[in-house]
Design a protein around this ligand. Structure first.
Ligand code: FES
Length: 135
């Protein structure tokens, strides 16, 4: 049996990975839980105070837009526009606007005006006390 170059690279990578795993187990280092820490901390990162998210409107925080159609209804969406990926960065009343080509979205993330054809991608957020955090 002969192996192609791609197969060899995959095989080599697997062998190196196995050696690395074996070395980590024998070194007494902390198990591989460390790589999960960033996502856990990201999940608990405060995005905003609930009072900063206006009722009937929205607030853009980094790569998340927080909407609040009603007092107890805060939702999160990615700012990545489904049309071509620009950041939805402008809020006018109850409309979220992408500055690149003018798509607009409602507080539920649905398209109001194209060229975007699909909704904004939901982001899990949770209200904890007076804060909105990534869920
Ligand atoms: Fe948002 Fe084109 S990237 S409208």
């Amino acid at each position: 049996m002969t192996l192609g170059r791609r197969q060899m690279l995959v095989g080599s990578t697997m062998a190196v990975g196995a050696l690395g795993a074996a070395a980590a187990c024998g070194s007494g280092d902390t198990p591989s839980a460390a790589p999960q820490a960033p996502s856990e901390s990201a999940e608990n990162t405060e995005l905003a105070k609930t009072a900063d998210v206006p009722v009937g409107s929205a607030l853009v925080v980094d790569d998340v837009v927080l909407t609040r159609a009603q007092p107890g209804q805060i939702r999160g969406f990615s700012t990545a526009c489904p049309h071509a990926g620009c950041a939805v960065s402008k809020v006018t009343g109850a409309e979220l606007i992408c500055p690149c080509h003018g798509s607009s979205f409602g507080l539920d993330g649905a398209v109001i005006t194209g060229p975007a054809r699909g909704p904004l991608t939901p982001v899990d957020v949770v209200v904890r006390g007076d804060s909105v955090v990534r869920g």
